[in-house]
Ligand binder design. Sequence first.
Ligand code: SF4
Length: 353
Amino acid sequence: MTDLYRLLPEEMEQLVVDMGYPRYRADQILLPLYYKFPKELDDIPQLPKRLREELTATGYTIGSAKEIHRVVSNDGDTTKLLLGMTDNSSVETVLMQYEPAVIGGHPRSTVCVSTQIGCAMGCVFCATGQMGFETNLKAEHIVSQVIHFAEMLQQRDEHITNLVFMGMGEPMANYDEMIRAVKILTHDRGFGLGQRHVTVSTIGIRSGIKRLAEEDLQIGLAISLHAPNDKLRRKLVPTASPNSVEEIIQDGRDYFKKTGRRVTFEYALMAGINDSPEIATELAKLLRGNGSHVNLIPINPTAGDFERPHENNVLEFKQILSDAGVNCTIRVEKGTEISAACGQLRTDLATQS
Ligand code: SF4
């Protein structure tokens, strides 16, 4: 069985041509797939019945995700879904909606996409890391998460504006499937989201950053740093070695040089661990003059023993970075009470309420 959501538009075209049909038949499949969300081939009546039958007979299907569980935050802005995939795996995905009053500019509907079930990186403050690695998601199952939210939003006359590959898993550890999904989701004959509205986040897999820089895509890169030196970073991200902080920052510089896209360094702030003024000063020295951006994320409650720093400490940390000329923001909090925020995703229904 091959899920049509797996195919790049060029591959869809090749498929119909190989079956003896004109190229334009590919667009008769692609358009409904990404704008009308059919559940089966017979939901695309403009496609000749013979082609629908031949596709089915040769094992092509439309693999929609099934919603197993939905939780919505008190303010209604964050929706966390547990989605069942066609291979019986299940994965958490989150939609975060932002009003212009909070972020400036236009309203945003951002999907936080998962690329793996569980994660092998073992970050000590992350619920996904604590559940361990289960499996890589196929590109079609990454695309399905987005399609599911796109259909939900379409019913409210809204649409997805941004994608962040920051859900469960390390995207660079599932590079081929992740990048296939990115290409489908940003292809103008696929889902058609602008490349500049997509960000891939990594804990610092150097080979993945280098490959991404070579893709000739305009997507954003976020590197989760969490510490300004190797000693502390290895405590928080046990799999970080052998990559040093210096090397990862250099990779960020190289990515910027190659793509022109600014790199964001994500920094989860944990009380008494990595939130002191001395550490802020060390981080500022490391990053100043780089043109990089730091996103401070006061830690969310997870399975670990870490505590969120006091608001004053967060503001002081930010001030030290800003004073050194390092561009810095504090992440707008979303969905903490439904365990949908950063580092809180895991496919254990018992953790949801
Ligand atoms: S923070 Fe990201 S890389 Fe680290 S364990 Fe969690 S999902 Fe994996």
